[in-house]
Ligand binder design. Structure first.
Ligand code: SF4
Ligand code: SF4
Length: 208
């Protein structure tokens, strides 16, 4: 197996994508008037699967910076998360378990949190590669605000995810020197990314 790591250049790029995402989020949340302060919910117990080696590698850049005891605690919570989510899924339920990186309600790896963590909450739009447009209404609290404040839902500002998603997809391709299709797909929770360790892929077959 070959470990997948981000070069300094790709590290800078993914950080820039995340930063742009954060700025886009802040702009829309401010316009809508959404803050997470005092929210009875904590979105870190939402069940999400993640799909890029780039984000997985960047997450591990953050995990590598933790002291070994802290990392051990997180790995142990991640194992517990995997066991509990497998139980829920086997019973046909969507797991609702606190992320192993959440520490007393706050993200313990804030600068390395994943794309989904940075977008959840506000209204958003996305144009898929097949041209189909999608609109996401935001979290329950955001939907309530939008209902009270705007005549129709689509009057509310929304963050367009398309450009940043395309940039992340392009970065993922470059990580594999445009050979991404030759490697297995990623479909993992954060807990699974933690327990699996830094991303790695089978070595390409030797050419004769
Ligand atoms: S995104 Fe919405 S539901 Fe989640 S914590 Fe913030 S306000 Fe609450
Ligand atoms: S990585 Fe951080 S922000 Fe994302 S779900 Fe986990 S604790 Fe929450």
């Amino acid at each position: 197996m070959k470990e997948i790591t981000l070069s300094p250049e790709l590290t800078k790029e993914i950080a820039a994508i995340y930063q742009a995402m954060q700025e886009g989020y802040e702009q829309v949340s401010e316009e809508v008037g959404l803050t997470c302060e005092g929210c009875p919910d904590n979105c870190c117990d939402s069940y999400f699967l993640h799909h890029t080696y780039s984000e997985w590698a960047y997450l591990w850049q953050g995990l590598h910076q933790l002291d070994p005891e802290e990392l051990e605690r997180i790995v142990s919570r991640a194992k517990e998360y995997i066991a509990q989510s497998a139980e829920a899924l086997a019973e046909g339920r969507r797991p609702q378990i606190m992320c192993p990186l959440n520490d007393n309600g706050l993200c313990g790896l804030y600068h390395h949190r994943l794309l989904v963590c940075r977008m959840h909450g506000i209204p958003a739009t996305l144009t898929r590669p097949d041209g189909q447009s999608m609109r996401f209404p935001g979290c329950f609290r955001c939907q309530k605000i939008v209902k009270e404040k705007y005549k129709v839902e689509t009057d509310a500002p929304a963050m367009d995810r398309s450009r940043l998603f395309r940039q992340l997809a392009a970065l993922e391709s470059r990580l594999f020197e445009e050979q991404r299709h030759l490697y297995p797909r990623v479909k993992k929770t954060i807990a699974e990314m933690i327990v699996a360790g830094p991303p790695s892929v089978p070595l390409p077959h030797c050419e004769r």
